[in-house]
Design a protein around this ligand. Structure first.
Ligand SMILES: [Zn+2]
Length: 71
C-alpha cells in the first residue's frame, strides 16, 4: 500500500485514535457492549471514520442511481 493510500484510509491522523460507533446510527456504544446508544439495538461496532465512509458511499450510490434513471 502506498503512503497516499494509507493516508486516505486514515483521514484523521492526530494521534487520538478512533471512537467506535454503531453501524446503524453512527452513535456511541454503551460501554463494553455492542448496543447502540441511539436506537438501543445491537449493532456492528465500527470506527467513526468508517461510518462516515459508509455514509459517503451510500450518498454516492444514490447519486449514481439518479444518473442511471436519467439515462
Ligand atoms: Zn442505532
Amino acid at each position: 500500500m502506498s503512503y497516499d493510500n494509507w493516508k486516505l484510509s486514515n483521514p484523521i491522523d492526530d494521534g487520538y485514535g478512533y471512537d467506535m460507533v454503531s453501524n446503524c446510527c453512527g452513535a456511541l456504544l454503551y460501554d463494553e457492549t455492542d448496543v447502540c446508544s441511539d436506537c438501543k439495538e445491537h449493532c456492528e461496532p465500527i470506527e467513526d471514520y468508517e461510518y462516515e465512509e459508509l455514509q459517503r458511499e451510500s450518498y454516492l450510490e444514490m447519486m449514481a442511481d439518479g444518473e442511471r434513471d436519467e439515462n
